[in-house]
Design a protein around this ligand. Structure first.
Ligand code: CTP
Length: 405
């Protein structure tokens, strides 16, 4: 039985030359046991006939927000709820911009806004349009919101030019969709993730914080959700939106983060501490803006509690994973923290220098245990998070299915 059996996949088709490939995608999904519905934009209809997609899917094709004529009509809200996964292939530059902006002026954009299903897009356009900063910013926005960006491939294009912009082939899209459901490694488990920086106010204007964007922690939360876990996220101040399907508690200070973790951790199987927690906070928080009267100024700081060590020190702790951000000797420092905080797994990443991960979409991670290291290499934060979740799952299951555990 295929891992797509019984999965409700909504295929969105937008108006590009590659739209003819969507019929092949629909056919392959059905062969693998998925239940498929198709939603087309008005311009997609210029490239491929709805009748073709109706024939291969065996279902009426949806193309209007108010589908009132058909007896089998599903409202856009019903369709949005029905889907387990939405894949828009091809996704034009125009559709990507509308999705990034949150427009809901046709059926497909409305579905994407109204769904809690995972959304993936397979961009297809001329390579100059793909490279345009406007498109790249839209892609970065969508990626930050947890949308999976599949491709594009590089090669010769319908316009006669060569470059990145070809839609990923249906076979590869199918492989990706299958891999998403193969990985139900955390089904039945509950995962708590912390992410982002903390902010320790000095006065109403200023504070102590750090460069963490929260992207790595949010990616870990999304990857754990995709692996079947029930996931909760506790986030310091970030510019990121809460990942769909992940209840997110927003906090400001390290003490707030500790209280939120304390309130949620007792029912948790796995705790992943990705947050860059401030080690110190100002001893006093001034209620009025500090004025520059004095020639020099001493700031009295007090230690914040260590949230990860507090969780690992509980009488019955969850499986605990920490991140070690280091400028020097990341593996040795991570191992020192692994032992000092008594956690199950430490993830080392090098910070500082030109490859520093802060704010970027890629990272390089090394898993550190007492006797061994596993280098996950460099990749997008999304791909690394997926890999990390797989590694955590295998260690969790090894620990708790061992005799006498
Ligand atoms: N951490 C935490 N609470 C703190 C400080 C850190 O929970 N007050 C967690 C982080 O989320 C991370 C791990 O501990 O998972 C290591 O954090 P890091 O900042 O690399 O190290 P520190 O323990 O703070 O040590 P140092 O700053 O001396 O490197």
């Amino acid at each position: 039985m295929s891992s797509l059996s019984g999965r409700c996949v909504l295929v969105g088709v937008t108006g590009g030359i590659a739209a003819y490939k969507s019929a092949d995608l629909v056919r392959r999904l059905i062969e693998h046991g998925a239940m498929v519905r198709v939603a087309m934009t008005a311009s997609a209809v210029q490239f491929i006939s709805p009748l073709t997609l109706q024939s291969v899917s065996g279902q009426p094709v949806h193309d209007a927000l108010l589908d009132i004529d058909s007896e089998t009509a599903m409202s856009h809200i019903e369709l949005a709820r029905w889907a387990d996964q939405i894949i828009v292939a091809p996704a034009t530059a125009d559709f990507i911009a509308r999705l990034a902006t949150g427009l809901a002026d046709d059926l497909l954009s409305t579905l994407c806004l109204a769904t809690q299903a995972q959304i993936a897009i397979a961009p297809a356009m001329n390579h100059v349009m793909w490279d345009n900063p406007a498109t790249q910013e839209n892609i970065a926005t969508l990626r930050d919101r947890g949308v999976d960006i599949l491709g594009p491939d590089t090669g010769s294009q319908a316009c006669g030019e060569t470059g990145p912009g070809r839609m990923v082939e249906p076979e590869a899209l199918l492989r990706w969709l299958t891999s998403q459901t193969d990985d139900q490694l955390l089904t039945g488990l509950s995962v708590l993730v912390t992410a982002g920086p903390t902010w320790e106010a000095l006065d109403p204007v200023r504070g102590l914080t750090n460069q963490s964007s929260g992207k790595m922690g949010y990616a870990v939360a999304i990857a754990a959700l995709k692996a079947g876990a029930k996931v909760n996220l506790i986030s310091g101040p970030t510019a990121l939106s809460s990942p769909p399907g992940v209840p997110t508690c927003r906090v400001t200070t390290a003490l707030d983060m500790l209280s939120a973790v304390d309130a949620q951790v007792s029912d948790v199987d796995i705790f992943v501490s990705v947050a860059a927690v401030s080690d110190y906070r100002p001893e006093a928080h001034q209620t009025q803006k500090i004025k520059k009267h004095a020639a020099s100024f001493n700031l009295e700081l007090v230690r914040n509690p260590d949230i990860l060590a507090t969780v690992a020190g509980r009488s019955s702790p969850p499986f605990t994973v920490g991140f070690a951000a280091e400028t020097d000797e990341p593996v040795a420092q991570a191992r020192r923290k692994l032992e000092a905080k008594k956690v199950d797994l430490m993830v080392a990443n090098q910070v500082g220098g030109e490859n520093s991960p802060f704010g970027r979409d890629d990272n390089a991670l090394i898993l550190v245990e007492s006797q061994s290291e596993t280098d996950l290499g460099r990749g997008s934060k999304q791909a690394l998070a997926q890999c990390l979740v797989r590694e955590i799952a295998s260690r969790y299951h090894a620990k708790y299915s061992a005799p006498g555990s």
